[in-house]
Design a protein around this ligand. Structure first.
Ligand code: AMP
Length: 420
């Protein structure tokens, strides 16, 4: 497999799939350009080599051509960040795109219109009546899959090389994220720098982690983290469970959890997980105490209690001081750390302390040589909130893609290039 740092793009046109799905305000101003900035190293390398990037992305979830989802809104900002006047094609698969791609000169860049204006990108039929029969649904699905082949071929025809730098959509088998790779040989398809960094970070913790390896899994629901936990049970030494989901485990152990969040239909599953952990020599660590609130609000009255003796009318919204010390001790002695999900309702300052302590312990361990990966929505917001993002080893940009990767799934966007 070829890597982007070794490839010389001089005179080459590169179809670059990026994730420019940025948030826009009502006046189409970009409110957070992190995703655009994240793709700059790849685009700049192609330009600096004397190549021509043909930049393709989706924006939002349009049902067809919808002006508010046009990538023209971000053209100016992309040009500014890239330092070249990026050209724009009003379509991604029409004549204009083909002509502008063909006319592109070395050092010039072209931004294509939103890929998801076409149902072919995702390969899912659109506009099916709610009461469509199974036969109609099957026929529509077959038709769109056929059209998807032509669409993919058209996209591939613009370029000599395919570069995928859209980690955020790597878990989707879409035309531009996976299928297109079939039109390029092994020497002409590669990951962009961002995607490569994401893959390297996950490979580092999942394939040959330095030990002890500790995962901190928090958030609200066991049900949304079950696949991750199951995969981690054969990989980690310590599994710290925090946040709302910890109370399902606490209750399964026979504890009294008051009004804390609990998924009663997951109690058996929690027991199974604990038994499997024991069999695998994985330490499951729950906080021995909790910070309670009498309502779901930053202004709630608060008190501390043992996590297995929470009075009725009170809910555990954060870990307590004992849990902070317990979690910190384990984290600081770890050589590999994965953090997904806050250990409390960190959005409320009154219940953010536990997550802050966890973030600081991870930063401390990283300072002493541990490799730490923080990822999946809220934990990224957490390290940002506490100003610690630059003190952990890697903060992932991928939400769903990262979670599926940690669940041990093969991601289509990755497999299309490296074969697994
Ligand atoms: P998730 O999206 O599953 O990672 O969950 C993140 C959310 O879990 C955050 O919005 C937190 O506020 C919430 N959360 C964390 N701890 C608790 C808790 N003890 N009780 C209720 N919600 C929690």
């Amino acid at each position: 497999m070829i890597t982007i740092d070794k490839f010389n793009f001089a005179g080459k046109k590169a179809f670059v799939r990026v994730d420019f799905n940025v948030p826009l305000d009502a006046n189409f101003n970009i409110t957070d350009d992190t995703r655009i900035r994240a793709a700059l190293p790849t685009l700049k390398k192609i330009l600096a080599d004397g190549g021509s990037p043909i930049i393709a992305s989706h924006l939002g979830r349009p049902k067809g051509v919808e002006d508010k989802y046009s990538l023209k809104h971000i053209l100016g900002h992309v040009s500014e960040l890239l330092g070249v006047d990026v050209q724009f094609a009003n379509d991604c698969a029409g004549e204009e795109a083909a002509m502008k791609a063909a006319a592109l000169q070395p050092g010039e860049a072209l931004l294509l219109e939103n890929l998801r204006y076409y149902a072919e990108e995702e390969g899912k039929p659109r506009g099916l009546a709610d009461d469509a029969s199974d036969d109609e649904k099957a026929a529509a699905k077959k038709a769109i899959k056929e059209k998807q082949k032509d669409f993919t071929k058209t996209l591939a025809s613009y370029a000599d090389v395919y570069v995928n730098d859209a980690f955020g959509t790597a878990h989707r088998a879409h035309a531009s994220t996976a299928l297109i790779a079939d039109y390029f040989d092994a020497e002409h398809k590669m990951f962009g720098f961002l995607m490569q960094k994401e893959i390297d970070a996950v490979d580092k913790i999942m394939l040959e982690p330095a030990r002890p390896f500790t995962a901190i899994i928090g958030g609200s629901k066991v049900s949304s983290k079950i696949d991750i936990i199951e995969n981690l049970l054969s990989k980690v030494n310590n599994l710290i469970i925090g946040g709302g989901m910890a109370f399902t485990f606490e209750k399964a152990k026979g504890g009294k959890i008051g009004n804390s969040l609990c998924e009663d239909d997951k109690l058996e599953l929690a027991k199974e997980i604990m038994a499997k952990a024991k069999a695998n020599n994985v330490n499951i660590i729950l906080s021995s105490d909790a910070k309670l609130g009498d309502k779901f609000s930053n202004d709630a009255n608060t008190q501390f209690a043992e996590a297995n003796a929470i009075p009725d009318g009170w809910s555990g919204f954060d870990i307590g001081p004992k849990g902070e010390a317990e979690f910190s001790e384990v984290i600081k002695n770890s050589k590999t750390i994965l953090w997904n999900g806050p250990v409390g309702v960190f959005e409320f300052d009154n219940f953010a302390h536990g997550s802050e302590v966890v973030a600081k312990a991870i930063a401390e361990a990283s300072k002493h040589g541990a490799f730490s990966l923080v990822g999946g929505g809220d934990s990224v917001a957490c390290v940002n909130k506490f100003g610690l993002a630059d003190q952990v080893s890697y903060v992932s940009t991928g939400g769903g893609a990262l979670l599926e990767f940690i669940e041990g799934k093969v991601l289509p966007g990755i497999k299309a290039i490296r074969g697994f």
